[in-house]
Design a protein. Structure first.
Length: 81
């Protein structure tokens, strides 16, 4: 749990997160604006909102679907692990 918090706070400071409009608006525009300001990928912001809300349908267009897996084709074959 501490590692999760450390990673979370290192990408988006608690101070920045507390004042972020994206936390409440949960729109693509708000997420993109915050990501640009903080210089992080929009998926970081969208992922945090999704996790905090426990709603993984939110902001789906900003979070890649199977994109990471595509970079590791051997995972589909069961070769990793």
């Amino acid at each position: 749990m501490q590692a999760d918090e450390f990673a979370q706070d290192s990408l988006i400071s608690p101070k920045d997160w507390q004042r972020a409009a994206a936390r409440h608006e949960r729109t693509s525009y708000a997420v993109l604006q915050l990501a640009d300001t903080l210089r992080v990928h929009p998926a970081i912001i969208a992922g945090r909102i999704r996790r905090e809300q426990k709603n993984y349908r939110l902001l789906s267009s900003l979070v890649g679907h199977r994109e990471v897996r595509d970079h590791f084709p051997e995972a589909d074959k069961g070769d990793i692990g």
